[in-house]
Ligand binder design. Structure first.
Ligand code: HEM
Length: 189
């Protein structure tokens, strides 16, 4: 077993760029979900009441920037061919699931922006700087965007659980290279 060396994807391997973006964003997205859930339980008198949302917003913006980069990288690059043993149904299901993961991530990120921009104050990043934003685009923006943000976050986590189970099935049941490939591990030729 050795590590993948190329930063670009090939017909058989994910490159380092896709691998790093996948795992970095997976950790950040799951962390944002946990923090978001924790924040919904905080009361005004909790010490984390102000800091929690500030951290959530700052990481959310970084995730948005990296997700845009990842999407562009994905569109400009090859993707490894699926294992030969996969049925056409599994290949189609996995393509749809991957597209849905991107789509729901962007729905969550953009609805999050709309929540933060509501009121027209822009987004304050700690005490450092403010990212200016537009005035409200529609009535009750924070409340509608908040509903979309909340329910799509649960939809994403549901899909991530299925996605993880599929990856584990490939590894432990089908015993193919799908998970090792996304971990940057390469079989010796
Ligand atoms: C928030 C969490 C996650 C998200 C949003 C996510 C998203 C994605 C997406 C969009 C792809 C398609 C390739 C790409 O464009 O990068 C992918 C591939 C993959 N993911 Fe995840 N992922 C997450 C977590 C996980 C976890 C926890 C595992 C396994 C333990 C995993 C295993 C894989 C594997 C093995 C592939 C390659 C699939 C293939 O080659 O067909 N992912 N993931």
């Amino acid at each position: 077993m050795r590590f993948v060396k190329h930063y670009k994807n090939s017909d058989t391997q994910w490159g380092w760029t896709s691998i790093l973006l996948h795992w970095l964003l997976a950790v950040a997205i799951i962390g944002l979900f946990a923090l978001g859930l924790y924040m919904t339980d905080l009361s005004y008198y909790d010490s984390f009441y102000t800091l929690g949302p500030q951290i959530h917003e700052a990481i959310g913006i970084l995730v948005l920037v990296f997700m845009v980069y990842r999407l562009i990288w994905r569109l400009l690059n090859k993707t490894p061919k699926p294992p030969e043993k996969n049925s056409p149904f599994i290949n189609t299901a996995s393509q749809i699931a991957h597209k849905a993961l991107y789509l729901i991530c962007f729905v969550i990120l953009l609805s999050g922006l709309l929540i933060s921009y509501a009121g027209g104050q822009g987004i304050q990043i700690f005490e450092w700087f403010r990212i200016p934003g537009p005035q409200d685009l529609f009535e009750n923006q924070a409340s509608y965007a908040g509903e979309v943000h909340y329910y799509s976050a649960f939809a994403l986590i549901g899909l991530v659980i299925l996605h993880t189970l599929a990856a584990l099935k490939h590894h432990f049941v089908d015993k193919d290279n799908t998970l090792k490939n996304m971990l940057g591990l390469k079989e010796k030729p």
